[in-house]
Design a protein around this ligand. Structure first.
Ligand code: ADP
Length: 301
């Protein structure tokens, strides 16, 4: 097969591993810098050009689209979909999961476990907003944050009010959430490929830190997940319509709750923690499923 990897950087661990796994299986692989693609959207003749060349003959593309380039990245991917190229994850599913509010609304509609969550832009009654999610302590998040930046723990009602007011002053959309104290600064990353959890790890924040992000000094370990956690992760992936994703869960008193569904999950942490060849499993999935036009939306989204 001829496989394209949409990635800004061929040197990233995840990109290198996917290239390696695909080449080991005899495929031709091209790493394509998403932002350097340009597109012809003339009626009925979609094309993607790159370095002066018309990209043709691809059987599948693997989108590795960073949060900061979601808009242009999903447009390039949609163009490939319109050309009938099989996308590992569809552009519509990526957009769905990148919009945190939309993702939470879709997950809640399916009855998937979530922390009690409120969202607001300029709430006219901060007191009621805080009451609505069960009072302090609570977690306040900037909607546009990634890697734990813009995630604040407010221990008291007074602190919660000040943080909410400060974020309101920034004209930001915010998410106000029940603090899952019993998670003990740890979360569980379930790596889903084709409707199955193929690897999972526990990430523990460094001492005194409630955020478990590896970028913030957290550490990762192999973990055995429960059947309920497994089915929560699989249902979350299905709800987003993602073939490959990382579902982040917290262990709460009321069962597993989903924090986030990541459509371009990194391979470094999970392969190191579990010793599994996750890149190989992704390529296997593509081999089984990459028929031309085998998507839910055919680029219509
Ligand atoms: P980001 O998308 O920026 O990583 P998250 O919403 O995933 O932000 O939050 C970062 C980390 O903070 C999570 O991985 C989790 O460890 C911790 N965290 C987030 N929300 C809560 C919460 N409601 N209760 C307890 N811990 C939380």
């Amino acid at each position: 097969m001829k496989i394209g990897i949409l990635s800004r950087n061929p040197k990233l661990y995840s990109t290198r591993r996917l290239v390696e796994a695909a080449e080991a299986r005899g495929h031709e692989v091209h790493v394509i810098d998403t932002l350097r693609c340009y597109m012809n959207i003339t009626s009925m003749k979609p094309e993607v050009h790159y370095k002066g060349e018309n990209l043709t003959g691809f059987d599948a593309v693997i989108p590795r689209i960073g949060a900061s380039v979601t808009f242009y990245g999903t447009a390039v991917l949609r163009q490939f979909e319109m050309m009938g190229v099989y996308p590992l994850n569809e552009s519509v599913a990526i957009s769905r999961s990148r919009d945190k509010l939309r993702a939470l609304q879709l997950l809640s509609r399916k009855g998937i476990g979530l922390p009690v969550t409120g969202f607001a832009h300029r709430p006219d009654d901060v007191d009621d907003l805080i009451k609505m999610v069960g009072g302090a302590p609570l977690v306040i998040k900037l909607l546009e944050g990634t890697q734990g930046i813009g995630v604040v723990l407010a221990e008291t009602k007074g602190a919660a009010e000040s943080v909410i007011e400060a974020f309101m002053g920034l004209q930001a959309n915010i998410l106000v959430q029940e603090f899952i104290k019993e998670a003990g600064g740890a979360d569980i990353r379930c790596f889903v490929v084709g409707g199955k959890v193929v690897a999972s790890m526990k990430r523990q924040g460094k001492e005194g830190e409630f955020r478990s992000n590896l970028h913030r000094g957290g550490s990762a370990n192999l973990i055995r997940i429960t059947p309920e956690e497994r089915s929560t992760a699989v249902r979350a992936a299905q709800t987003m319509g993602l073939n490959v994703c990382g579902v982040d869960l917290l262990r709460s008193n009321h069962g597993p709750v989903v924090m986030e569904v990541n459509s371009s999950p990194g391979l470094g942490g999970i392969e190191a923690a579990t010793g599994k060849d996750v890149a190989g499993l992704i390529i296997d999935f593509i081999e089984k499923n990459s028929k031309s036009g085998n998507t839910k939306t055919r680029g219509q989204g």
